[in-house]
Design a protein around this ligand. Structure first.
Ligand code: NDP
Length: 299
């Protein structure tokens, strides 16, 4: 069997198009422009790339982008003061603080200072609780993107066996909550799981969010299963000075030979994450103004 490739790049383009259409409607009918504020503290190169991409895509879908770049030595008080101002700013509907923060800043404290209604990353403790109790929440972008692709591929997920490998707060746990919300039978595996291959073999849906290159081989995959590979890992370069190849947590070729469908790396989950950030921002804006939300862009 050769798996259907779930094209995250194409899917993300569709999500952005839906967001752009809704944004245009909000402007025309209600005179509202959704706004996303991104806060970057320090000069982490990967974070700078993400923040630039987020700003560019925000503007491309017609939303307002507010970028706040702060020095790496910024104090907690200064950062909290900025968040308080963004919380109070009616032009800002979404706030994202780029992680990781420099070590002297308390990430939990900072994230929990964001107004939960503007917490478009879905990391605020209130949103975590709302998601866990099946209530309307802001949903973390990466697992939301995975859910959208799974729903598009399967239609209903009800009754399917899902195994999520990884239990992080940003991917594994919210992914498991979302799958449970769609009535999957969910197992969360992690570094202490006994006999991981056997656990993975029972899954109709495997979501790998581990951060270990090509860890999941094809012979762990049940024939016909859907494999969502969240991992982004760079292999060592073949020659000095070159950039190593990007791979996922799954061994693509062997998994694709057995699976029914699979997301590639790159071009799978990655592009969906920013698209879902834009989706969350337009959703937050609609909720703030009490106007109808776009359909199909949230859990
Ligand atoms: P974390 O490091 O926070 O979590 C990794 C999880 O994997 C942990 O729960 C850990 O278990 C588990 N794990 C580690 N080793 C094993 C093992 N040998 N067997 C089973 N489980 C194991 O990572 P994140 O969740 O933040 O990210 C995971 C991957 O997803 C990374 O590659 C990251 O780059 C990528 N990512 C991609 C995004 C995208 O947009 N596509 C967004 C976010 C992340 P334990 O808890 O027991 O230590």
């Amino acid at each position: 069997m050769s798996a259907k490739v779930i094209d995250g790049t194409a899917f993300a383009a569709q999500v952005r198009e839906k967001v752009a259409t809704h944004v245009a409607g909000l402007k025309e009918v209600h005179g509202i422009t959704p706004g996303l504020a991104v806060v970057l503290v320090g000069e982490d190169p990967a974070s700078q790339v993400y923040v630039r991409a987020k700003g560019k895509q925000t503007v491309e879908v017609g939303m307002a982008s507010f970028e706040h770049r702060l020095d790496a030595a910024t104090s907690e008080a200064v950062l909290l003061d900025l968040i308080a101002r963004l919380n109070a700013d009616p032009a800002v509907h979404g706030i994202l603080v780029q992680l990781p923060l420099p070590a002297h800043l308390d990430e939990d404290l900072v994230i929990n200072a964001i107004d939960p209604a503007k917490d478009v990353d879905g990391f605020h403790i209130s949103n975590v609780g709302l998601l866990a109790t099946g209530q309307k929440a802001m949903v973390p972008c990466t697992p939301l993107g995975c859910l959208m692709m799974l729903r598009a591929h399967h239609g209903s997920l009800s009754g399917l066996e899902a195994v999520v490998i990884g239990r992080s707060n940003i991917v594994g746990k919210p992914m498991a909550q979302l799958l449970l919300g769609d009535s999957c039978t969910v197992t969360i595996a992690h570094s202490r799981t006994r006999d991981l291959p056997e656990v993975v073999r029972r899954a109709d849906i495997v979501v790998a969010a581990v951060g270990r290159p090509q860890m999941v081989p094809g012979d762990w995959i049940k024939p016909g299963a859907t494999v969502i590979d969240v991992g982004i890992n760079r292999l060592p370069p073949a020659e000095e000075g070159a950039k190593g190849r990007l791979v996922g947590d799954c061994d693509y070729d062997s998994c694709a030979a057995v699976a029914g469908a699979i997301t590639p790396v790159p071009g799978g989950v990655g592009p969906m994450t920013i698209a879902c950030l834009l989706a969350n921002t337009v959703t937050a804006c609609c909720r703030a103004h009490g106007v109808p939300e776009p359909e199909g862009l949230t859990a």
